[in-house]
Design a protein around this ligand. Structure first.
Ligand SMILES: [Zn+2]
Length: 140
């Protein structure tokens, strides 16, 4: 009887374990910041939210409170990813490895694209500015 009770307890144990908060350290490829954020692994990936928990290191460009640093860094990183996506969507012959980028201390996103003439670069730049509603981007 006692053994059965213990067995029953062990079977129900996993349901007693609640949401587990995970922490991840993120070093974006757009600057030298290092940020630690928390997320809940019981929530599906698509609906999960990431909460900044700690700034490990800031680069010379980003400052302010942790929420501001996180949202600025995240936006720059996402803008860069979207800009690369727009270039590849416009020119299917261009592969990810043909595109490199840099973010200067002036927070200007420079995208270097191999295999595009200057007219196509300029129209890609205009397209990125319009679609991402940003003006600090140069396609060269
Ligand atoms: Zn930074």
């Amino acid at each position: 009887m006692r053994k059965l009770f213990i067995l029953g307890f062990l079977i129900f144990l996993p349901t007693l374990v609640f949401a587990k908060i995970q922490t991840t350290t993120w070093s974006p490829d757009t600057c030298e910041c290092e940020l630690e954020y928390e997320w809940d692994d019981s929530i599906p990936q698509e609906t999960r939210t990431h909460t900044i928990s700690k700034i490990v290191k800031t680069c010379p460009v980003h400052s302010g409170n942790k929420e501001k640093v996180y949202s600025d860094v995240l936006k720059e990183n996402q803008d860069k990813n979207k800009a690369i996506g727009i270039i590849m969507e416009r020119e299917p012959s261009i592969k990810a490895e043909d595109i490199s980028f840099s973010y200067g201390s002036d927070q200007m996103l420079r995208l270097f694209v191999k295999g595009l003439d200057s007219i196509k670069k300029s129209s890609a730049e205009t397209d990125i500015k319009t679609r991402l509603k940003i003006d600090k981007v140069i396609v060269e």
